[in-house]
Design a protein around this ligand. Structure first.
Ligand SMILES: Nc1ncnc2c1ncn2[C@@H]1O[C@H](COP(=O)(O)OP(=O)(O)OP(=O)(O)O)[C@@H](O)[C@H]1O
Length: 351
């Protein structure tokens, strides 16, 4: 009977590469524990994100490698620690991610909200900040426009929480239906307060829903904290793609890496006939990403449940997890988390 030891298992795992990070699990510090009992092996693998898109592949590779050295049974357990590249973006916050669009109405807030919830559902600690000060829609989409934001005795704002996501939106500061007449410096102040003077606590990902366009708010944010990267949401139409390209250019000029592109309203499948219609065209987001050498994170169909869910305050990943839009959004959240892990590893200083 083959003798299996912890060292033999570790050696076997040092030949298993993380499929995205292209380094072996042992060098990446991802093998947290190996317990050998006779020929039974239990391995705990610590992923770089709980939303790891390739968890299944890693599990199969680990299992195969350990079985190959003679284990009769293998159990694989997963944990996850989200790591920042150098230092955390803000104290306690590993990654700040901007979601921008260029053009308005392309579904940026819907995408931000569902991505935040999907990441939280995977086990990550997630915050969602509505930087669309003039047209905040996050509170509405999360179904909480009623609660007012409170502060503690140190005057720190306390984020609200819904569906496992901490959030701050102007809609919870200003009474409903009232317009906000603020000038640039006040706007800058509000953003800074949301970002730096709120008690977010420990977060793996803070997602910031930007206002459409390429103006003051984006620059104000870019200058104030170290941002992991930006996600660009676009529809496949030329008018949206032109503005998306402008947003990409702005991020590049602000030295903010672009994590990837999402194509929303990508196509529509009629629920009664199953016929597919490419209402706004299809594939423009992917083509633009390719042209600009950016990653394409995925496409979200135009979907009734998504629109209804946003209006009712229960986002589609919660209310209709089986819908194709929800499934696409979950996949996109995993792709995004994967990109963040890769980017964080790449920007770590080489030993
Ligand atoms: N894939 C989709 N299928 C159906 N409806 C969608 C989809 N994406 C977004 N919508 C709907 O389109 C409208 C605009 O979406 P959303 O508010 O997310 O866009 P936005 O880009 O954040 O807009 P803005 O920032 O200009 O306010 C909403 O009513 C939303 O429910």
């Amino acid at each position: 009977m083959p003798v299996v030891t912890e060292d033999i298992v570790l050696k076997a795992l040092s030949l298993v590469n993380d499929p995205e990070l292209h380094q072996d699990l042992v060098s990446l510090g991802m093998v947290e524990r190996v317990v050998v009992t006779g020929t039974q092996v239990h391995a705990k693998i610590n992923l770089t994100t709980p939303a790891c898109p390739l968890k299944g592949v890693i599990e199969a590779d680990v299992r195969r490698a350990i079985e190959a050295v003679g284990a009769s049974s293998v159990t694989v357990e997963f944990g996850a620690t989200v790591r920042a590249s150098n230092k955390p973006a803000l104290p306690g916050i590993q990654h700040v991610i901007l979601v921008g669009s260029g053009k308005g109405g392309v579904g940026k807030s819907s995408v931000s909200t569902n991505l935040a919830i999907a990441l939280a559902q995977s086990g990550a600690r997630v915050g969602l900040m509505d930087a669309d000060i003039y047209g905040p829609s996050i509170a509405h989409m999360l179904g909480n426009t009623e609660d007012r934001i409170k502060a503690n005795q140190n005057k720190q704002m306390l984020p609200l929480e819904r569906f496992g996501v901490k959030f701050l939106s102007m809609a919870n500061l200003v009474p409903a239906g009232q317009a906000l007449v603020w000038r640039g410096p006040m706007l800058h102040g509000a953003i800074q307060q949301f970002l730096k003077e709120a008690l977010w606590g420990e977060l793996d990902y803070l997602i910031i829903d930007l206002p459409p366009g390429t103006g003051d708010v984006q620059l104000s944010l870019a200058q104030s904290v170290s941002i992991t990267g930006a996600v660009i949401v676009t529809t496949p139409q030329d008018v949206a793609l032109i503005d998306a390209a402008r947003a990409m250019d702005m991020f590049k000029k602000s030295s903010i890496p672009i994590l990837g592109v999402v194509e929303n309203m990508s196509y529509f499948v009629a629920p009664d006939t199953g016929t597919r219609y490419d209402i706004f065209g299809h594939g423009g987001g992917k083509r633009k990403a390719e042209q600009m050498s950016l990653h394409f994170l995925g496409e979200v169909p135009l979907d009734m449940p998504l629109r209804e869910a946003s209006d009712q305050g229960t986002p589609v990943v919660i209310s209709h997890p089986e819908s194709s839009s929800a499934q696409s959004l979950v996949k996109i959240s995993q792709n995004l988390a994967g990109r963040i892990s890769v980017q964080s590893l790449q920007s770590l200083p080489m030993l």
